[in-house]
Design a protein around this ligand. Sequence first.
Ligand code: AVI
Length: 326
Amino acid sequence: MTSKTQSAAHPVEASVAAAALAGLSAHPKRLPPWLFYDEAGSRFFEQITELPEYYLTRTERAILTAHASEVIVQAAHGQRLRLVELGAGSADKTRLLLAAAVAHQGKVLYEPLDVSSSALDEAKARIEREIPGVRVAPQILDYTQGLDGLEPDSPGERRLVLYIGSSIGNFEPRTAERLLQRLRAGLEPGDSLLLGVDLRKDEATLLAAYNDAAGVTAAFNRNVLVRLNRELDANFNPQAFAHRAIWNAMESRIEMHLESRIAQRVRLAALDFDVDFAAGETIHTENSYKYAPGAAEAMLAEAGFAPVGSWTDGRGWFAVCLGRAE
Ligand code: AVI
Protein backbone atom coordinates (compact mmCIF):
# COMPACT_ATOMS: atom_id res chain seq x y z
CA MET A 1 0.00 0.00 0.00
CA THR A 2 1.11 3.54 -0.56
CA SER A 3 2.10 5.73 2.35
CA LYS A 4 0.90 9.25 2.93
CA THR A 5 3.00 12.30 3.66
CA GLN A 6 1.64 15.59 4.92
CA SER A 7 1.67 18.78 2.90
CA ALA A 8 0.49 22.11 4.24
CA ALA A 9 -2.93 21.79 2.59
CA HIS A 10 -3.89 18.11 2.85
CA PRO A 11 -2.36 14.61 2.88
CA VAL A 12 -0.45 13.79 -0.29
CA GLU A 13 -0.43 10.22 -1.57
CA ALA A 14 3.28 9.39 -1.87
CA SER A 15 2.80 7.24 -4.98
CA VAL A 16 0.96 10.08 -6.77
CA ALA A 17 3.63 12.59 -5.77
CA ALA A 18 6.45 10.29 -6.91
CA ALA A 19 4.76 9.49 -10.24
CA ALA A 20 4.07 13.15 -11.01
CA LEU A 21 7.57 14.27 -10.06
CA ALA A 22 9.33 11.54 -12.06
CA GLY A 23 6.98 11.70 -15.05
CA LEU A 24 6.87 15.46 -15.45
CA SER A 25 10.66 15.74 -15.07
CA ALA A 26 11.22 13.13 -17.80
CA HIS A 27 11.84 13.83 -21.51
CA PRO A 28 9.38 13.30 -23.10
CA LYS A 29 6.98 13.93 -20.23
CA ARG A 30 4.75 11.07 -19.11
CA LEU A 31 2.24 10.10 -16.43
CA PRO A 32 1.34 6.47 -15.61
CA PRO A 33 -2.17 5.31 -16.62
CA TRP A 34 -3.11 4.12 -13.10
CA LEU A 35 -3.42 7.82 -12.24
CA PHE A 36 -6.60 7.94 -14.37
CA TYR A 37 -8.60 5.90 -11.90
CA ASP A 38 -9.73 8.21 -9.13
CA GLU A 39 -13.47 8.31 -8.53
CA ALA A 40 -14.23 10.59 -11.48
CA GLY A 41 -11.82 8.71 -13.76
CA SER A 42 -13.43 5.37 -12.92
CA ARG A 43 -16.80 6.89 -13.78
CA PHE A 44 -15.48 8.21 -17.10
CA PHE A 45 -14.09 4.76 -17.85
CA GLU A 46 -17.50 3.16 -17.18
CA GLN A 47 -18.99 5.65 -19.67
CA ILE A 48 -16.27 4.83 -22.21
CA THR A 49 -17.24 1.15 -22.11
CA GLU A 50 -20.71 2.09 -23.35
CA LEU A 51 -19.64 4.41 -26.18
CA PRO A 52 -20.57 3.35 -29.71
CA GLU A 53 -16.92 3.67 -30.83
CA TYR A 54 -15.46 1.68 -27.90
CA TYR A 55 -16.01 -1.80 -29.32
CA LEU A 56 -13.77 -3.58 -26.76
CA THR A 57 -16.22 -4.15 -23.91
CA ARG A 58 -19.19 -5.18 -26.00
CA THR A 59 -17.08 -7.45 -28.19
CA GLU A 60 -15.57 -9.26 -25.23
CA ARG A 61 -19.02 -9.51 -23.66
CA ALA A 62 -20.38 -11.12 -26.86
CA ILE A 63 -17.55 -13.66 -26.80
CA LEU A 64 -18.25 -14.53 -23.17
CA THR A 65 -22.01 -14.68 -23.77
CA ALA A 66 -21.35 -17.32 -26.42
CA HIS A 67 -18.60 -19.26 -24.62
CA ALA A 68 -18.83 -18.80 -20.83
CA SER A 69 -19.99 -22.39 -20.20
CA GLU A 70 -17.22 -23.80 -22.34
CA VAL A 71 -14.64 -21.67 -20.51
CA ILE A 72 -15.91 -22.91 -17.15
CA VAL A 73 -16.00 -26.59 -18.19
CA GLN A 74 -12.49 -26.40 -19.66
CA ALA A 75 -11.09 -24.59 -16.62
CA ALA A 76 -12.77 -26.92 -14.11
CA HIS A 77 -11.52 -30.02 -15.92
CA GLY A 78 -13.75 -32.20 -13.73
CA GLN A 79 -13.00 -30.44 -10.42
CA ARG A 80 -14.68 -27.67 -8.39
CA LEU A 81 -13.77 -24.22 -9.57
CA ARG A 82 -13.07 -21.08 -7.62
CA LEU A 83 -12.86 -17.75 -9.47
CA VAL A 84 -10.34 -15.00 -8.77
CA GLU A 85 -10.58 -11.71 -10.65
CA LEU A 86 -7.75 -9.23 -11.08
CA GLY A 87 -9.57 -5.93 -10.50
CA ALA A 88 -12.84 -5.45 -8.66
CA GLY A 89 -15.07 -7.08 -11.21
CA SER A 90 -15.87 -6.14 -14.78
CA ALA A 91 -19.60 -6.02 -14.08
CA ASP A 92 -21.71 -7.88 -16.60
CA LYS A 93 -18.80 -9.76 -18.19
CA THR A 94 -17.78 -11.34 -14.89
CA ARG A 95 -21.41 -12.05 -14.18
CA LEU A 96 -21.60 -14.25 -17.31
CA LEU A 97 -18.75 -16.42 -16.03
CA LEU A 98 -20.10 -16.56 -12.48
CA ALA A 99 -23.57 -17.57 -13.72
CA ALA A 100 -21.98 -20.28 -15.88
CA ALA A 101 -19.99 -21.52 -12.87
CA VAL A 102 -23.14 -21.65 -10.71
CA ALA A 103 -24.95 -23.56 -13.47
CA HIS A 104 -22.03 -25.99 -13.66
CA GLN A 105 -21.36 -26.68 -9.97
CA GLY A 106 -24.18 -25.12 -7.89
CA LYS A 107 -22.14 -22.73 -5.77
CA VAL A 108 -18.98 -20.77 -6.43
CA LEU A 109 -16.50 -18.73 -4.45
CA TYR A 110 -15.51 -15.48 -6.20
CA GLU A 111 -12.47 -13.52 -5.03
CA PRO A 112 -12.06 -10.09 -6.64
CA LEU A 113 -8.65 -8.55 -5.94
CA ASP A 114 -8.16 -4.81 -5.89
CA VAL A 115 -6.16 -2.12 -4.14
CA SER A 116 -9.28 -0.19 -3.16
CA SER A 117 -11.74 -1.55 -0.62
CA SER A 118 -14.60 0.69 -1.80
CA ALA A 119 -14.59 -0.87 -5.28
CA LEU A 120 -14.50 -4.33 -3.67
CA ASP A 121 -17.34 -3.64 -1.23
CA GLU A 122 -19.52 -2.47 -4.08
CA ALA A 123 -18.72 -5.56 -6.16
CA LYS A 124 -19.54 -7.85 -3.21
CA ALA A 125 -22.95 -6.34 -2.50
CA ARG A 126 -23.96 -6.18 -6.16
CA ILE A 127 -22.90 -9.69 -7.13
CA GLU A 128 -24.24 -11.52 -4.05
CA ARG A 129 -27.57 -9.76 -4.57
CA GLU A 130 -27.76 -10.54 -8.26
CA ILE A 131 -26.39 -14.09 -8.56
CA PRO A 132 -27.57 -16.49 -5.85
CA GLY A 133 -25.00 -19.24 -5.36
CA VAL A 134 -22.00 -16.89 -5.52
CA ARG A 135 -20.11 -16.13 -2.32
CA VAL A 136 -17.88 -13.09 -2.75
CA ALA A 137 -14.67 -12.89 -0.70
CA PRO A 138 -12.91 -9.68 -1.74
CA GLN A 139 -9.18 -9.33 -1.08
CA ILE A 140 -7.24 -6.09 -0.91
CA LEU A 141 -4.17 -7.02 -2.90
CA ASP A 142 -1.95 -5.41 -5.53
CA TYR A 143 -1.92 -8.31 -7.99
CA THR A 144 0.87 -6.70 -10.04
CA GLN A 145 3.12 -7.94 -7.23
CA GLY A 146 1.84 -11.53 -7.60
CA LEU A 147 -0.76 -13.64 -5.84
CA ASP A 148 1.02 -14.28 -2.53
CA GLY A 149 -1.48 -13.71 0.22
CA LEU A 150 -4.23 -15.75 -1.41
CA GLU A 151 -5.18 -18.95 0.33
CA PRO A 152 -4.01 -22.07 -1.51
CA ASP A 153 -6.53 -24.29 -3.30
CA SER A 154 -8.38 -26.82 -1.15
CA PRO A 155 -8.10 -30.48 -2.23
CA GLY A 156 -10.24 -31.16 -5.30
CA GLU A 157 -10.47 -27.48 -6.15
CA ARG A 158 -9.03 -25.48 -9.04
CA ARG A 159 -8.68 -21.80 -9.44
CA LEU A 160 -9.63 -19.80 -12.52
CA VAL A 161 -8.01 -16.35 -12.58
CA LEU A 162 -9.85 -13.79 -14.72
CA TYR A 163 -7.76 -11.10 -16.31
CA ILE A 164 -10.21 -9.76 -18.83
CA GLY A 165 -11.07 -6.36 -20.29
CA SER A 166 -7.77 -5.91 -22.18
CA SER A 167 -6.17 -4.64 -18.95
CA ILE A 168 -2.92 -6.45 -19.80
CA GLY A 169 -2.72 -4.19 -22.88
CA ASN A 170 -1.92 -1.18 -20.71
CA PHE A 171 1.44 -2.73 -19.77
CA GLU A 172 4.62 -2.70 -21.85
CA PRO A 173 5.20 -6.18 -23.35
CA ARG A 174 8.14 -6.95 -20.99
CA THR A 175 6.11 -5.89 -17.95
CA ALA A 176 3.10 -7.88 -19.18
CA GLU A 177 5.29 -10.99 -19.55
CA ARG A 178 6.72 -10.55 -16.07
CA LEU A 179 3.23 -10.08 -14.65
CA LEU A 180 2.01 -13.33 -16.25
CA GLN A 181 5.06 -15.14 -14.88
CA ARG A 182 4.34 -13.79 -11.39
CA LEU A 183 0.72 -14.89 -11.66
CA ARG A 184 1.84 -18.34 -12.78
CA ALA A 185 4.18 -18.56 -9.78
CA GLY A 186 1.21 -17.98 -7.46
CA LEU A 187 -0.88 -20.80 -8.98
CA GLU A 188 -0.89 -24.60 -8.69
CA PRO A 189 -0.58 -26.86 -11.74
CA GLY A 190 -4.11 -27.34 -13.13
CA ASP A 191 -5.26 -23.82 -12.20
CA SER A 192 -5.96 -21.55 -15.15
CA LEU A 193 -5.89 -17.99 -16.38
CA LEU A 194 -8.43 -16.36 -18.69
CA LEU A 195 -6.90 -13.45 -20.56
CA GLY A 196 -8.90 -10.92 -22.62
CA VAL A 197 -6.87 -9.03 -25.25
CA ASP A 198 -7.67 -6.52 -27.95
CA LEU A 199 -6.48 -7.51 -31.43
CA ARG A 200 -4.92 -5.43 -34.20
CA LYS A 201 -7.41 -4.08 -36.69
CA ASP A 202 -7.83 -1.21 -39.14
CA GLU A 203 -6.45 2.08 -37.92
CA ALA A 204 -9.70 4.05 -38.28
CA THR A 205 -11.58 1.70 -35.95
CA LEU A 206 -8.77 1.82 -33.39
CA LEU A 207 -8.47 5.60 -33.48
CA ALA A 208 -12.22 6.15 -33.18
CA ALA A 209 -12.33 3.97 -30.04
CA TYR A 210 -9.85 6.32 -28.33
CA ASN A 211 -11.16 9.57 -29.77
CA ASP A 212 -14.92 9.33 -29.44
CA ALA A 213 -17.26 11.95 -30.86
CA ALA A 214 -18.82 12.74 -27.47
CA GLY A 215 -15.41 13.60 -25.98
CA VAL A 216 -15.61 11.18 -23.05
CA THR A 217 -12.12 9.77 -23.67
CA ALA A 218 -10.77 13.32 -23.87
CA ALA A 219 -12.35 14.08 -20.48
CA PHE A 220 -10.93 10.80 -19.08
CA ASN A 221 -7.47 11.76 -20.31
CA ARG A 222 -7.63 15.34 -18.98
CA ASN A 223 -8.99 14.12 -15.66
CA VAL A 224 -5.44 13.15 -14.72
CA LEU A 225 -4.63 16.88 -14.61
CA VAL A 226 -7.74 17.57 -12.53
CA ARG A 227 -6.48 14.90 -10.13
CA LEU A 228 -3.03 16.50 -9.86
CA ASN A 229 -4.68 19.88 -9.23
CA ARG A 230 -6.65 18.41 -6.34
CA GLU A 231 -4.07 16.06 -4.83
CA LEU A 232 -0.87 18.03 -5.42
CA ASP A 233 -2.21 21.59 -5.33
CA ALA A 234 -1.29 22.01 -8.99
CA ASN A 235 -2.69 24.70 -11.26
CA PHE A 236 -3.13 22.89 -14.59
CA ASN A 237 -5.77 24.37 -16.84
CA PRO A 238 -7.03 21.09 -18.35
CA GLN A 239 -8.53 22.90 -21.33
CA ALA A 240 -5.07 24.21 -22.22
CA PHE A 241 -4.20 20.58 -23.12
CA ALA A 242 -5.60 18.81 -26.18
CA HIS A 243 -6.45 15.10 -26.08
CA ARG A 244 -4.46 13.15 -28.67
CA ALA A 245 -4.84 9.48 -29.55
CA ILE A 246 -2.39 8.08 -32.09
CA TRP A 247 -1.75 4.66 -33.59
CA ASN A 248 1.89 3.59 -33.25
CA ALA A 249 2.07 0.79 -35.82
CA MET A 250 5.71 -0.09 -35.03
CA GLU A 251 4.84 -0.76 -31.39
CA SER A 252 1.32 -2.03 -32.18
CA ARG A 253 -0.28 0.29 -29.68
CA ILE A 254 -2.67 3.20 -29.33
CA GLU A 255 -0.99 6.00 -27.42
CA MET A 256 -2.80 8.70 -25.53
CA HIS A 257 -1.15 12.06 -24.97
CA LEU A 258 -2.08 15.46 -23.62
CA GLU A 259 -0.69 18.19 -25.83
CA SER A 260 -0.04 21.65 -24.44
CA ARG A 261 -1.88 24.14 -26.67
CA ILE A 262 0.42 26.99 -25.57
CA ALA A 263 3.80 27.62 -23.93
CA GLN A 264 3.01 27.58 -20.22
CA ARG A 265 4.39 27.03 -16.72
CA VAL A 266 2.42 24.89 -14.27
CA ARG A 267 3.04 24.82 -10.52
CA LEU A 268 2.59 21.73 -8.35
CA ALA A 269 2.60 23.53 -5.02
CA ALA A 270 2.54 20.42 -2.80
CA LEU A 271 5.83 19.36 -4.42
CA ASP A 272 7.24 22.89 -4.65
CA PHE A 273 7.82 22.01 -8.32
CA ASP A 274 7.29 24.09 -11.47
CA VAL A 275 7.07 22.49 -14.87
CA ASP A 276 7.44 24.26 -18.22
CA PHE A 277 5.64 23.23 -21.40
CA ALA A 278 6.49 24.39 -24.91
CA ALA A 279 3.51 24.89 -27.25
CA GLY A 280 2.80 21.46 -28.76
CA GLU A 281 4.74 19.56 -26.07
CA THR A 282 3.03 16.38 -24.89
CA ILE A 283 2.54 14.27 -21.77
CA HIS A 284 2.30 10.58 -22.70
CA THR A 285 -0.49 9.21 -20.51
CA GLU A 286 -1.28 5.70 -21.78
CA ASN A 287 -0.36 2.85 -24.10
CA SER A 288 -2.97 0.34 -25.14
CA TYR A 289 -1.33 -2.59 -26.92
CA LYS A 290 -3.17 -4.44 -29.67
CA TYR A 291 -2.07 -8.03 -30.22
CA ALA A 292 -1.52 -10.00 -33.41
CA PRO A 293 -3.63 -13.18 -33.64
CA GLY A 294 -1.85 -15.88 -31.62
CA ALA A 295 0.37 -13.44 -29.69
CA ALA A 296 -1.57 -13.68 -26.42
CA GLU A 297 -1.49 -17.48 -26.57
CA ALA A 298 2.28 -17.32 -27.14
CA MET A 299 2.71 -14.96 -24.21
CA LEU A 300 0.67 -17.30 -21.98
CA ALA A 301 2.74 -20.29 -23.08
CA GLU A 302 5.96 -18.39 -22.40
CA ALA A 303 4.76 -17.76 -18.84
CA GLY A 304 3.99 -21.46 -18.24
CA PHE A 305 0.30 -21.70 -19.22
CA ALA A 306 -0.55 -24.43 -21.75
CA PRO A 307 -3.14 -23.26 -24.31
CA VAL A 308 -6.58 -24.75 -23.58
CA GLY A 309 -8.90 -22.58 -25.65
CA SER A 310 -9.08 -19.33 -27.51
CA TRP A 311 -12.27 -17.60 -28.57
CA THR A 312 -12.83 -14.59 -30.76
CA ASP A 313 -15.73 -12.70 -32.36
CA GLY A 314 -16.85 -12.91 -36.00
CA ARG A 315 -14.66 -9.95 -37.01
CA GLY A 316 -11.60 -11.16 -35.13
CA TRP A 317 -11.44 -7.93 -33.12
CA PHE A 318 -10.91 -9.31 -29.63
CA ALA A 319 -9.69 -12.59 -28.14
CA VAL A 320 -10.34 -14.41 -24.89
CA CYS A 321 -7.67 -17.04 -24.20
CA LEU A 322 -7.59 -19.76 -21.57
CA GLY A 323 -4.26 -21.19 -20.41
CA ARG A 324 -3.70 -23.94 -17.85
CA ALA A 325 -0.80 -23.78 -15.42
CA GLU A 326 1.51 -26.67 -16.26
C1 AVI B 1 -8.57 -0.19 -19.12
N1 AVI B 1 -8.02 -0.26 -20.48
C2 AVI B 1 -8.10 -1.61 -21.00
C3 AVI B 1 -8.59 0.76 -21.40
C4 AVI B 1 -7.96 0.61 -22.80
O1 AVI B 1 -8.72 0.53 -23.75
O2 AVI B 1 -6.74 0.55 -22.91
C5 AVI B 1 -8.39 2.15 -20.87
C6 AVI B 1 -8.84 3.21 -21.84
N2 AVI B 1 -8.14 4.23 -22.25
C7 AVI B 1 -8.85 4.97 -23.08
N3 AVI B 1 -10.01 4.40 -23.25
C8 AVI B 1 -10.05 3.30 -22.46
